[in-house]
Design a protein around this ligand. Structure first.
Ligand code: 5GP
Length: 130
């Protein structure tokens, strides 16, 4: 069965898409730790980042770099934190999170409650910075 992220790529489940190319896809996390919290994923399903082959993994990181630099341009922060967890969704994804302190990467913190309008505005700003 397709993962929830494959269903997002295929447009079956809506998302705030930031960018895609032939192999990779970036969209806003629905329960963000910070404004601009973005997920970057390979289109080819893989349940664990270390199972990806080297060229796919390096391509994912290079795609994430482009997205991270765009987020940094429009979301005030010290830098973009990057992490991989994958305990909830078994489809490899990199979290890109604007941070000002180490605690901003703490996933047990309460998530932001952003409206669809707010998420759409953030998405649009990041897209324009690409
Ligand atoms: P992880 O697998 O790394 O522990 O967490 C999965 C992440 O995916 C979470 O931050 C969660 O908010 C996000 N997520 C789960 N389902 C959806 C969804 O349907 N849409 C979006 N945009 N994000 C999701």
């Amino acid at each position: 069965m397709a993962t929830i992220f494959t269903r997002i790529i295929q447009g079956e489940i809506p998302c705030f898409k930031i960018a895609e190319d032939e192999n990779y896809f970036a969209f806003l996390d629905i329960n963000p730790l910070a404004e601009g919290h973005t997920l970057v994923i390979p289109k080819k399903e893989s349940d664990y980042i270390f199972k990806m082959d080297d060229s796919e993994l390096s391509g994912l990181l290079i795609f994430a770099k482009k997205i991270g630099l765009a987020i940094e341009k429009v979301i005030p922060c010290k830098r973009i934190g990057i992490t991989v967890i994958g305990l909830e969704v078994p489809h490899t994804h990199i979290h890109l999170i604007p941070i000002n302190a180490i605690t901003d990467m703490e996933f047990s913190r309460p998530k932001l409650k952003l409206s669809n309008d707010e998420l759409a505005g953030i998405c649009e700003k990041i897209k324009q910075a690409l």
